[in-house]
Write a protein that binds this ligand. Structure first.
Ligand code: MN
Length: 199
């Protein structure tokens, strides 16, 4: 399934595909685009199928129900709700268009890149090891400035990007947004991405 949305500050696309084209993916995501901010989350539940989806959905629901919540608190609450579930890796982001500001928090192997074509630079936000498992953990929120013209990409481990720097080219990044880039490989796993250009 693919979705997209746009306002004066951002154009995003998303994709979710289930392993073996099953009906239910163990990955889940959400993007909430408002006038001045965007909040988004992507999560990969451990394993696959219904139980993985239940874990991933915890994070998505938490963000959708509490869009104002500080990101570390959002992950902390999600973590507490994983008791009795399989657990998940996740990344959450808040983009403030007026301040050109990104807040980012993640746990586990969600890949995240910010592309800055104006400087030929790829920025890698800090990753934290582990996964949401129901044990209380401490989450760090990273603050980043962005520039108009930057892109960002978050994806789960069902996707492999063979040449990250090729995505500094806007045409190639737009192809990626449409899931048509030849640098994007889908593995036989649940696969999902959120890709956005900032204006
Ligand atoms: Mn996975």
């Amino acid at each position: 399934m693919q979705t997209e949305g746009r306002n004066n500050f951002m154009h995003y696309t998303t994709m979710i595909r289930a392993k073996n084209d099953a009906a239910i993916s163990g990955d889940a995501l959400t993007v909430k685009l408002f006038e001045n901010i965007c909040i988004l989350a992507i999560a990969d539940g451990l394993g696959s199928g219904t139980e993985a989806n239940a874990s991933a959905t915890v994070v998505i629901k938490e963000l959708e129900e509490n869009p104002e919540l500080e990101l570390s608190e959002l992950l902390r609450r999600s973590d507490l709700k994983m008791l009795g579930l399989r657990g998940a890796v996740a990344a959450v982001m808040r983009v403030c268009f007026q301040r050109n500001h990104i807040q980012f928090a993640s746990i586990g192997n969600i890949s995240c890149y910010i592309f800055r074509p104006s400087e030929g630079k790829v920025i890698y936000p800090r990753q934290m090891r582990g996964y949401l498992s129901g044990r209380t953990q401490h989450f760090v929120v990273q603050a980043l400035e962005y520039k108009k013209g930057d892109f960002f990409l978050l994806h789960t481990d069902g996707i492999e990007i063979t040449d990250i720097r090729s995505l500094l080219l806007e045409n190639e990044f737009i192809k990626l947004q449409q899931v048509q880039s030849s640098y994007l490989t889908l593995k036989n796993d649940d696969a999902s991405l959120i890709a956005a250009r900032l204006f």
